[in-house]
Design a protein around this ligand. Sequence first.
Ligand SMILES: *Cc1c(COP(=O)(O)O)cnc(C)c1O
Length: 420
Amino acid sequence: MKIKTKCLHEGWKPKDGEPHALPIYQSTTFNYDSTEHIGDLFDLKAAGYFYTRLANPTAGYVEEKLAALEGGVGAMCTSSGQAANMIAVLNIMGAGDHMVCASEVYGGTINLFGVTMEKLGIECTFVNQDAPDDEIEKAFRPNTKLVFGETVANPAISVFDIERFANLAHRHGVPLVVDNTFATPVLCRPFEFGADIVTHSTSKYMDGHAVQLGGVLIDGGTFDWKDYPGLTEPDESYHGVVYTETFGRQAYITKARTQLMRDIGASPTAHAAFLLNLGLETLALRMERHSANAQETAEFLAEQPEVEFVNYPGLKGDKYYSLGQKYLPDGASGVISFSLKGGRDAAVKFMDSLEMASNVVHVATVKTCVLHPASETHRQLSDEQLANAGITPGMIRLSVGIEDIDDIIEDLSKGFASIR
Ligand SMILES: *Cc1c(COP(=O)(O)O)cnc(C)c1O
């Protein structure tokens, strides 16, 4: 099946007489006839569901679909994107370890890796993802265990050179983890370029309707974990199982579930998984429209005299145009950032003059929405600090929805009229 078909037909495949739609298994636990059978489930000798913190059938079918969409060997849904990135790291790192991360990743990820992980004894070096190889090499240490980047960074809208970073990581014997939230597997599949683990905040395009937080981690199944004793040596907390021996290519994703989800419990509910599946069914169709609308919108913005710059990898002349052509050949997704010459005041006036676009702290959803980082998400920062974060006072993050493009342009025109 092609990816557009997989969005609909992977995962739940109803048999004779079964429900057409994915059922919601709203139950914490599952009945078995014998104690021995439950014992086998605990011993991982038999496959089956026993407690929803570890796994639930509704989520399980969605996980099968997500693994198929990315081309991985297994997936695990989480309660949020933050939980997915946290588990992706903790699954192979501990106190005394070090990681390398692109500095333009999502702000929540910067805090998670730079502040909270540091309190746990995990160090993170943030690197400029556009720096040459020899400069990035300098960030690696003998205790480096992981490299992390975002396919399309939120909100910088920069494109991550997955293949180059996969080569750098593998040269040091460590895996590359890619947060593929903004691209979605419809537009880019990082495993095809050498990534080892893929994560998502499914709260964005995958859900698509701004109704349910969620996350997922997906295992590419190709990394050799020989230098990761957590995977190659007995797990005493799971009666001595050796993940690489027992689960082979699914070692990483099995450990994430049996050890970390067991201990942390950041599980999705069955209803959350059901809603995510509904979103996934139309993902391919939506990404096509988001990309087409964003392309036209970016071209419109670039022509306006009040606009200082537009960041969108689909624009000829954008700094990331050629990387965009390589990694996002079918469309550059729906998020644009642009800056107004009039600075903070102009941006606020512009935003407040929009009638259709929603002013919300969200992104990557069916309805067009805008956010002003300088007075909302990043309002504690001075103009100088904003500059260091790549954010200008006049910058607006525009998440282009699937409305009629004429209505999107007309709404933005109201914003421009207000500052002319
Ligand atoms: C939103 C987002 C996250 C965090 O996801 P939540 O579901 O909000 O926890 C992580 N990465 C990226 C790229 C995001 O956009």
